[in-house]
Ligand binder design. Structure first.
Ligand SMILES: [Zn+2]
Length: 412
């Protein structure tokens, strides 16, 4: 595919971006599941390539799709993963304690999904407001009594939030930072909604985990940024916020939780310096690290394809488990379709009966896996592999085995 010769500038610092280090080609949107009636017609595709800005260290897509194309009707309900729900409850408990939240406190969550997190604050009498752009998901939260604004969080939303809710003591954004092309305006809007002594907490997948574990399938159009702490610090300081703490978590394959403030109330912990030093030592501020990642990705693709082709040649039947967005990057980039996999199964009734974007694998309900008992099942949401394998004892008793694709294709 010929790269267009438009001069691309960094979405963070505005400097000119170098050539992408990884080009996955043109792909459909990872959450654009296809209904069987539309199986005969082609779907829109968009270039998917990633570049590193040597000036501010921000790793980003070279071309972005407008968020309105992706987030207004969304099929991912947070409430469908057990480990994610436990993580959310622990998070709420920790913040209530650490920041001494009480009946006078206000919590604002950006990208609040179906209210999976805010309900823990709400139940304890802490005034809460969620912002959720997907209409169907915002409606789900409202039905459960969680006050939710159905719109994008941006400069235009600030006025409405301040009018109906006011400023917040705690602003939370889990897995939203990476989605926002206008990141500088977004962070300024966050600052505008924060009380002087308030705290902001963001969680995002750590770029270091993606590089180390070759989690290239987390690259899709919704994820504009692949964040290191080094890049994040530059971004938040530009918006008048100070990074005062950071912790690592295992959810989503390796996540950073960062804590920001605008007034210097909380002391800066040594975690900040430790993780930045760790990133520099791991090469995250050096373009060469990204070139070597690109080689790792090409090699993983070859290994996975040979494994699947060998099994198929030996007469084995193979299916997949899960229909997460990242699975679609993996399947489409590697070209793994119905010639290799018979179907996939997914827990979410919202996905069952549809086809995966691009490769068009049929998505069945979970019982179909045990009923048809394929010899091997490729786990697409590899971050939940332990949980999935523990649940699938019936399938294993029928002789089934699992394949985990990253960091190296492995049969379990
Ligand atoms: Zn930059």
């Amino acid at each position: 595919m010929a790269m267009s010769n438009i001069k691309r500038t960094c979405l963070g610092c505005g400097n000119q971006l170098p050539e992408s280090f990884l080009n996955l080609g043109k792909m459909p949107l990872a959450n654009a599941y296809v209904s069987p009636e539309k199986a005969g017609s082609p779907e829109p595709t968009f270039p998917l390539a990633v570049a590193y800005c040597p000036v501010c260290h921000l790793v980003q897509l070279t071309e972005t799709v407008p968020p309105e194309e992706m987030f207004t009707q969304y099929l991912y309900f947070s409430s469908f993963s057990d480990c994610f729900l436990t993580h959310a409850r622990e998070m709420a408990d920790e913040f209530i304690k650490r920041f001494q939240l009480n009946a006078h406190s206000q919590v604002l969550e950006i990208g609040s999904n179906d209210g999976y997190l805010l309900k823990h604050f709400h139940r304890r009498g802490i005034r809460s407001l969620g912002i959720e752009p997907a209409k169907n998901i915002a409606a789900q939260a409202q039905r459960q009594g969680i006050p939710t604004l159905n719109r994008f969080f941006n400069a235009g939303a600030v006025e409405e939030i301040l009018r109906i809710f006011g400023k917040a003591d705690l602003i939370i954004g889990n897995n939203v930072l990476a989605h926002i092309p206008g990141i500088n305006e977004f962070l300024q809007a966050v600052n505008a909604c924060l009380r002087p002594w308030g705290v902001v907490v963001f969680e995002f997948p750590h770029l270091k985990a993606m590089l180390d574990k070759i989690e290239f399938d987390t690259i899709y159009h919704e994820h504009v940024f692949y964040l290191s702490l080094s890049a994040l610090k530059v971004l938040v300081e530009r918006a008048g916020l100070q990074l005062f703490d950071v912790t690592r978590h295992r959810v989503h394959g390796g996540t950073l939780r960062v804590f920001l403030q605008k007034m210097q109330k909380q002391p800066i912990t040594s975690n900040v310096e430790t993780i930045i030093a760790d990133e520099v030592a791991a090469g995250l501020t050096d373009p060469e690290r990204y070139t070597s990642f690109s080689r790792d990705v090409a090699s993983l693709k070859q290994q996975l394809l040979s494994l699947l082709h060998d099994l198929k040649a030996a007469g084995k039947r193979i299916a997949a488990y899960g229909a997460p967005a990242k699975g679609n990057t993996l399947l489409n980039y590697c070209g793994i379709g119905s010639d290799l996999l018979e179907f996939t199964v997914d827990r979410s009734p919202h996905k069952q009966g549809l086809l995966t974007p691009g490769m068009r694998l049929p998505i069945r309900d979970l019982s179909y896996l045990v009923k048809t008992a394929p010899d091997y099942t490729l786990i697409l949401p590899w971050n939940l592999a332990a949980e999935i394998i523990a649940q699938q004892t019936d399938y294993i008793h029928k002789g089934g085995s699992f394949i985990i694709p990253v960091p190296k294709p492995t049969i379990i």
